[in-house]
Design a binder for this molecule. Structure first.
Ligand SMILES: [Zn+2]
Length: 319
């Protein structure tokens, strides 16, 4: 059996409870209060944190592996921050390395999707252009030689190598409006997330106010990155759809009636919803999970976060 060398600490602030345990003489009480932060807890959660594991939560996965089922369940729960943070309170064990690894896996998965998408689009586009040139060669036989020079041999290794290289180096599928909007929202969201972290952790005064282990804030940071990731992936897929639609559309069609305006609006709505979600997510963590009492700090964090996001937005509009 594995030896349990776990150190009994307050799940919220990390204060060592060994001193308190040393005062027990005959029996262990059921409930306790941290003398450092005032957090009320049940002793079994501190002595045996594994009992606080949640079955659906990817961070607490019993097999120590990230399964698709627990990943999907976690994403589903995170979607509504109040529900998520009510269940994942500070009394639950926290493993920052696992949650960051999971988020890194999500980033890698969306990178792979984007590379595959970029590669497919380049191949479809080359094939389309080849067909166009072949058609023109039959229509204008006198220019056949010049047109033939434009044909790309898709069976050559060098072609595939260049396509793969281009997609791996630049996985963002570029169309003017959509990818710019997607990237813009992504930077704004990253800034709002960073500002929450800065306000809570930057000064000893705020750290003293929240009295929270860094691991809890780290978990919130990691999970929050899902929002910019989804925006970026959606804008990438939308860009790909627009490029393919452009090739399928008859030359006489009006561009403004295509997919682009609809998808641009979708990215706009998704970006705005994500901005609200990020604020909701941190506020729910602050109130429901961490149970910090300072309303002033909460207001300051929301204000700084929105100001940071707005500054990035204005900066991106200007340049
Ligand atoms: Zn404590």
């Amino acid at each position: 059996m594995k030896h349990n060398n776990h150190q009994p600490i307050c799940p919220k602030c990390g204060y060592d409870q060994s001193g308190e345990i040393a005062t027990w003489e005959t029996q262990c009480p059921i409930e306790g209060v941290c003398t450092e932060c005032g957090f009320e807890f049940q002793w079994f959660m501190i002595l045996n944190p594994v009992r606080g594991h949640l079955r659906w939560f990817v961070e607490h996965s019993p097999t120590r592996r990230f399964t698709i089922k627990s990943s999907l369940l976690t994403l589903w729960m995170v979607l509504i921050p109040n529900r998520f943070w009510r269940r994942v309170g500070v009394e639950r064990p926290v493993y920052p390395r696992r949650i960051w690894m999971w988020v890194c896996l999500l980033v890698m998965a969306s990178y792979c999707i984007s590379v595959l998408l970029g590669t497919s689009i380049q191949i479809i586009r080359t094939d389309y252009m080849n067909q166009e040139y072949t058609l023109m060669m039959t229509q204008y036989p006198q220019y056949a030689n010049q047109l033939k020079a434009n044909l790309v041999d898709m069976f050559e290794f060098s072609y595939w190598a260049s396509v793969a290289r281009a997609s791996i180096a630049d996985p963002i599928v570029m169309t003017q409006s959509i990818s710019q909007a997607g990237l813009g929202f992504c930077f704004v969201l990253l800034m709002t997330i960073l500002m929450w972290f800065v306000v809570i952790c930057a000064t000893p005064v705020t750290r003293q106010l929240v009295k929270l282990r860094l691991a809890h804030i780290s978990r919130a940071m990691a999970l929050c990155l899902i929002a910019p990731l989804i925006v970026l992936l959606t804008s990438n897929v939308s860009s790909g759809a627009i490029i393919i639609e452009g090739m399928l559309r008859p030359p006489t069609a009006v561009p403004s009636q295509g997919l682009e305006p609809t998808l641009l609006m979708l990215i706009g709505v998704l970006g705005a919803v994500s901005l609200v979600w990020v604020q909701w997510f941190w506020m729910a963590a602050y109130i429901k999970a961490w149970r910090v009492r300072s309303n002033l700090l909460l207001a300051l964090a929301v204000f700084t976060s929105l100001l940071g996001g707005f500054t990035v937005f204005v900066y991106m509009l200007a340049y």
